[in-house]
Design a protein around this ligand. Structure first.
Ligand SMILES: *Cc1c(COP(=O)(O)O)cnc(C)c1O
Length: 432
């Protein structure tokens, strides 16, 4: 598979190059040159396939020229070695639980797949890669965990001291091995600035092979298709195709779902569920794509004012607004509605979503009220315990901490404390 830049000013590249570069030199996002199709027989037999077989068949056309079959099968197996169950919540609403990975959020799948691809490429080049990232909390945990113990890859994560939650800090600082956490005496913006300076510093990058683990990387975006195939495999409703509702921020996840649909996956309709950061729902209503600065909400992983992946959604539909609107609807859910939904769903069904899942649940419920007889799935993108400070006061109960988190709480933190000065980071990277 070749990948072209959506800005059309850079040469086409292989999967390997797109993964290593992240973004094209013209600052465009990479996009696959052709869209693979899976045939009807493949879908008819899906119930008899393992998740590993499904995921391999889906990703093989995208990565198979650069990674031999046996290695790609191993990478896929390690990426999805946790359950992704479809759980019935009401007669017409199901939850696809994407939070059973090590950091309890769906970003684990993309981070793991990308880390193992980079590890494979690094080993072949016998050159060590250093992944350098700044985190405000959540991405760092998924990246740290995803890259943990991957041969040939070192990870350096910068986080603002005292400004991440205690669980998030443990996730960053207790792994050790190839993961180093740098605790910056400053803000998230300071961390990001230091990372940007490192990438722009050619005297450093000529000595060290630096790369980012940015969420627009094709190796993080493409494996998110797996969820939608796993959902279909578990969908037992013979009378209706699923309506799929995705809590969306940067639009990478839903874009992967729509790509799966174009590759043949049967889906009735897609819903983009957004919080107050609703540039896409407004665009679907009135045709104007009007970017606004992000505002803070309770579903903070979706607080994105200008979703980077939406250009990929447009490309999937050749920028045809009419055909996009046939398959995609958008809903805006307020914080008040999010809290009310958490409370109501818990009370009426016993199921407890997280704030992002609650946004998805309510958007799906609204759509189904307008389309009687249809049934749907919302993607539950994080475990409610990750947002206990929002969830617990609303339901008036504590949320039990899952084993994966319980285990890291007593571990000792290891971090490199640093003032917010680029020179110090440079010195550290050159020495280590
Ligand atoms: C990242 C994230 C989202 C948004 O996903 P996008 O691919 O950016 O649209 C939703 N929920 C949670 C919990 C997330 O971490």
């Amino acid at each position: 598979m070749k990948y072209y830049s959506l800005n059309n000013q850079s040469p086409e590249v292989s999967f390997k190059e797109a993964t290593i570069k992240g973004q094209a030199p013209d600052k465009g996002l990479y996009f696959p040159k052709s869209l693979p199709k899976l045939d009807k027989n493949w879908f008819d037999d899906i119930a008899g396939k393992t998740n590993e077989e499904i995921a391999f068949d889906v990703i093989q056309p995208y990565a198979g020229e650069d990674i031999p079959e046996a290695d790609l099968r191993r990478i896929v197996k390690e990426t999805i070695d946790f359950p992704i169950p479809l759980v019935k919540v009401t007669d017409n609403i199901y939850s696809l639980e994407l939070f059973h990975g090590p950091t309890l959020a769906f970003k684990d799948v993309g981070a793991r797949f990308m880390s193992r691809c980079l590890g494979y490429f690094a080993k072949k080049e016998s050159e060590k890669v250093t992944v350098l990232v700044a985190t405000s909390g959540d991405t760092g945990g998924a990246v740290a965990n995803g890259f943990y113990d991957v041969d040939g890859v070192d990870v350096v994560i910068l986080y603002p001291s005292g400004k991440v939650s205690s669980v998030q800090e443990k996730q960053l600082t207790t792994l050790g091995k190839n993961i180093t956490a740098i605790e910056v005496k400053g803000t998230f913006d300071d961390c990001q600035q230091m990372v940007k300076q490192a990438f722009a510093d050619t005297s450093l990058t000529s000595e060290k092979f630096l790369t980012s683990a940015n969420s627009i990387n094709v190796a993080r975006w493409l494996p998110q298709q797996f969820y939608y195939f796993f959902a279909y495999k578990q969908w037992q409703q013979k009378d209706a195709l699923p309506v799929i509702c995705v809590p969306s921020g940067n639009f990478g996840n839903i874009c992967a779902g729509m790509l799966a649909h174009i590759s043949g996956l049967p889906v009735q309709h897609f819903i983009a569920a957004c919080n107050a950061n609703n540039v896409v729902p407004r665009f679907l209503d009135n045709g104007n794509y009007e970017v606004r600065p992000a505002v803070a909400t309770l579903s903070n992983a979706m607080d994105v004012g200008n979703p980077s992946n939406f250009v990929r959604v447009l490309e999937l539909f050749n920028n045809n607004f009419i055909s996009l609107k046939k398959i995609l609807s958008g809903y805006t859910i307020t914080d008040e509605e999010t809290k009310a939904t958490l409370k109501q769903v818990k009370k009426e069904t016993g199921y407890l979503p997280d704030p992002h899942g609650a946004v998805g649940y309510l958007a799906l419920q609204r759509y189904l009220e307008e389309h009687p007889g249809e049934k749907g799935i919302f993607l539950e993108t994080a475990h409610p315990v990750k947002f206990y400070d929002v969830v617990e006061p609303v339901i008036n109960e504590t949320v039990p901490i899952p084993d994966a988190i319980q285990q890291i709480l007593p571990l000792k933190k290891h971090s490199v404390v640093m003032d917010a000065e680029y020179g110090l980071l440079r010195e550290y990277l050159l020495k280590n």
